[in-house]
Design a protein around this ligand. Structure first.
Ligand SMILES: Cc1cc2nc3c(=O)[nH]c(=O)nc-3n(C[C@H](O)[C@H](O)[C@H](O)COP(=O)(O)O)c2cc1C
Length: 197
């Protein structure tokens, strides 16, 4: 799959098939994250890749946003929840103080997009989730005190096909009567300032 094709095809997916995700698939995603750009090449991000069916429900209980909405509003039906997660961590020891936090979040974003595109190339859907209960997740995943959770990426084989459309006025995501999610993107002409604003 060409990069541009992956970029245009990627949509946030929150409903997944009842099909396990093999660990090598997740490992390849983390390998793509490992090679992402990072400020001063400090590489403060680390990852927990999870496909253990015994751990998955505890993570789902502690994440939020659209990924937890009722099915009629676009959330997963029972049995459609994520089959894997990649949790992006910031190693605070490597980070060396809060002065770098803004840069670390850029690092997280770049790593996350690599993860989601390489996931897509391997047939997986994914969704970045910023709403999570860090205090609840840390003990479930044995995360030491010198790490912060920066992002949760939900993953699995997609059981929905959201569509991206150009926005007319609103960019609010809608879910139609068939349960298809419509994601509105601002028009190129509205966001690209050619040579000067
Ligand atoms: C920083 C960030 C945080 C997000 N947090 C959540 C979240 O907590 N829950 C959720 O269901 N989706 C979350 N999303 C996914 C967005 O809702 C999604 O990217 C947006 O609706 C556009 O859809 P698309 O990814 O298909 O282009 C997040 C996305 C980003 C970039």
């Amino acid at each position: 799959m060409k990069v541009y094709e992956a970029v245009t095809k990627r949509r946030s997916v929150r409903r997944f098939k009842d099909k396990p995700v093999p660990y090598p698939v997740l490992e390849k995603c983390v390998e793509a994250a490992r090679l992402a750009p990072s400020g001063r090449n400090m590489q403060v991000c680390e990852y927990i890749a999870i496909n253990d069916a015994a751990i998955l429900p505890g993570i789902f209980e502690n994440i939020g946003g659209s990924v937890r909405l009722p099915p009629e509003k676009g959330g997963p039906r029972p049995g459609q929840t994520a089959r894997a997660y990649i949790i992006v961590l910031i190693n605070k020891t490597l980070e060396g103080g809060d002065n770098r936090r803004k840069v670390s979040y850029y690092d997280v974003g770049m790593a996350a997009e690599n993860i989601m595109l390489v996931a897509l190339e391997q047939g997986l859907g994914s969704c970045p989730v910023l709403m999570y209960d860090e205090n609840a997740l840390k003990p479930i995943l044995n995360i030491p005190d010198n790490y912060d959770i920066a992002l949760v990426i939900v993953m699995g084989y997609p059981d929905e096909s959201p569509s991206a459309e150009e926005s007319a006025e609103s960019v609010a995501v809608t879910v139609d009567e068939k349960g298809i999610r419509h994601v509105y993107k601002r028009k190129l002409a509205d966001i690209l300032h050619k040579n000067k604003f």
